[in-house]
Design a protein around this ligand. Structure first.
Ligand code: ADP
Ligand code: MG
Length: 314
């Protein structure tokens, strides 16, 4: 049977960009699974999420490939059908939760509208349910009377997670759900995402540049570099025995308090010149061999398991 989400050879090209922001990406997700997508800022993570959602602003010049949810092709789906999928089939928690909530409406009003439209609840039932949902994510019921700007970042993320608990989406797209939050709140939000997966069997595509967050809840990890997936495998394998030099660099960049001060901060070297072909990471790669600048490596099974796109590690 086909997985819940299948993304195949998916590319998104913005106008005036010399290469696609998402470039020939393939990945899949089974029900109840968490796939972490990591990579530095600008590597195409948000564009991937927007692409799966079918949100293509005017500045998008071209889209190719296939995105299927439960076997249904999403690319080219009419807007109305796509809107019907939102909420119960797929839901999104955006990087800046402020933009996912309507700034002009109180939280209670937004709950009653969404629960009314998607679950057919009356105003009164939706308010009772909203209070339960807020309690579930440790938010006081008083939030229902407030506007989104009157909530902290962590409260806004939890309001969105509370809504997801109600809608039980088969797929939750979470774009950096914890990056605007302080460390203790980050932990709470991650715990709530774990509960959502456990109790609602939601599959989660978790985008993050926080490797700690991803390794905590993801079953599998895809590492993106300049629009492409360069390593893809089980979380423990990618995190404990990474193959790609970029993945190794990302992991080395996580500061460790147990190391001596002089070794705590590692930086991946910056690239010298513009990419001229071959592997996109070559100019920054400490392990490069002559082949790397000649030919683009394909994603293929690596020696340590998973998939890796690299000439020098394999
Ligand atoms: N609306 C847009 N118009 C043109 N270029 C964009 C737009 N949004 C993102 N980009 C470019 O696409 C690339 C990927 O961006 P993005 O998907 O936001 O990356 P990430 O989420 O990993 O930081 C970047 O080079 C960014 O500058
Ligand atoms: Mg982003």
């Amino acid at each position: 049977m086909e997985p819940l989400l299948v993304v195949e050879h998916f590319s998104v090209q913005y106008q005036r960009m010399d290469r696609p922001a998402v470039d020939d990406v393939s990945l899949s997700l089974n029900p109840g699974q968490v796939l972490g997508v990591v990579g530095e800022s600008g590597c195409g993570k948000t564009t991937l999420i927007k692409g799966i959602l079918g949100f293509f602003p005017h500045c998008v010049a071209g889209v190719a490939g296939s995105v299927r949810l439960e076997g249904k092709e999403l690319l080219g789906l009419p807007d109305k059908e796509r809107r019907n999928l939102l909420g119960t089939s797929m839901d999104v928690i955006a990087q800046d939760s402020g933009t996912s909530l309507n700034p002009m409406k109180r939280i209670g009003k937004q709950f009653s509208q969404i629960l009314g439209e998607k679950l057919g609840l009356s105003y009164q039932s939706s308010m009772i349910y909203a209070r339960e949902l807020l309690a579930r994510v440790n938010c006081p019921k008083e939030l229902l009377n407030r506007f989104p700007f009157q909530l902290s970042g962590g409260q806004r993320q939890r309001v969105l997670i509370a809504l997801a608990f109600a809608l039980r989406p088969k797929l939750l797209l979470a774009d950096e759900p914890t990056s605007a939050l302080d460390v203790t709140v980050q932990g709470q939000v991650l715990r709530e995402l774990e509960l959502l997966r456990r109790d609602c069997k939601s599959a989660i595509l978790l985008i993050s540049h926080n490797l700690g967050a991803v390794s905590r809840i993801a079953d599998q990890v895809a590492v993106m570099y300049q629009g492409q997936v360069v390593e893809y495998g089980e979380t423990h394998q990618v995190m404990d025995t990474p193959s790609h030099p970029y993945t190794k660099g990302l992991i080395a960049c996580v500061p460790s308090l147990s190391l001596p001060k002089s070794q705590r901060l590692y930086n991946i070297p910056q690239g010298g010149k513009e990419w001229e072909g071959g592997c996109r990471f070559a100019s920054r790669c400490p392990e490069r061999i002559p082949d790397c600048q000649r030919q683009a490596p394909q994603l293929r099974p690596g020696k340590k398991g998973g998939l890796v796109a690299c000439h020098c590690c394999g």
